[in-house]
Design a protein around this ligand. Sequence first.
Ligand code: HEM
Length: 168
Amino acid sequence: MIFSIALLMAVQEAPSPVFDDRETRDPVTGEFPVEPYEESNENAGTRQFSGTSMAQAFGGQKGIQRIADRLVDISIEDPRIRDIFKGQDMVRLRRTLFEQFCFILNAGCDYSGRDMRAAHKNMGIQMADMNALVENLQIAMEEENVPFRKQNRFLAKLAPMKKDVVER
Ligand code: HEM
């Protein structure tokens, strides 16, 4: 009896192991580790624009950086979609989103992130969430004075990605 009580206490006091590797941010990049994948511009989900007019309209890399950051800032505060971003790696998202936009707009970047299907797997994203994100992107582009027609050309590149982002 005493033995079994001692055993019970020992079991209860044993520290539970922590297997969550998302606890550890890379000391240099500040990002959480992700499952290995093959890096390729193909992961950006679409071909890039040709020529420099789109990159110029978006204010080059500096403007694109501001737009990607604003999109994240607005979206993580947006009551319609903010819960989807909770607990995810916003350091990594800011970097990869910038790279993806910069690559697509042909502003001189390569995209090193995951493909859209892998990046949004099991998030339960619905069409209404996609529409909310697009609205937030429109706000961010408007703030950077991207001409309306250029905004729409960019959105037309992103729209087909819904098939990989939105879950049915
Ligand atoms: C065309 C639309 C979209 C594009 C171009 C896009 C782009 C991206 C990119 C580049 C990443 C990072 C990939 C990586 O970590 O390797 C990402 C991750 C993420 N996206 Fe999207 N996204 C889109 C739609 C959405 C929508 C509608 C939501 C939710 C409302 C969303 C929420 C997220 C979240 C929470 C992550 C972080 C995933 C993680 O840390 O594991 N995305 N997205």
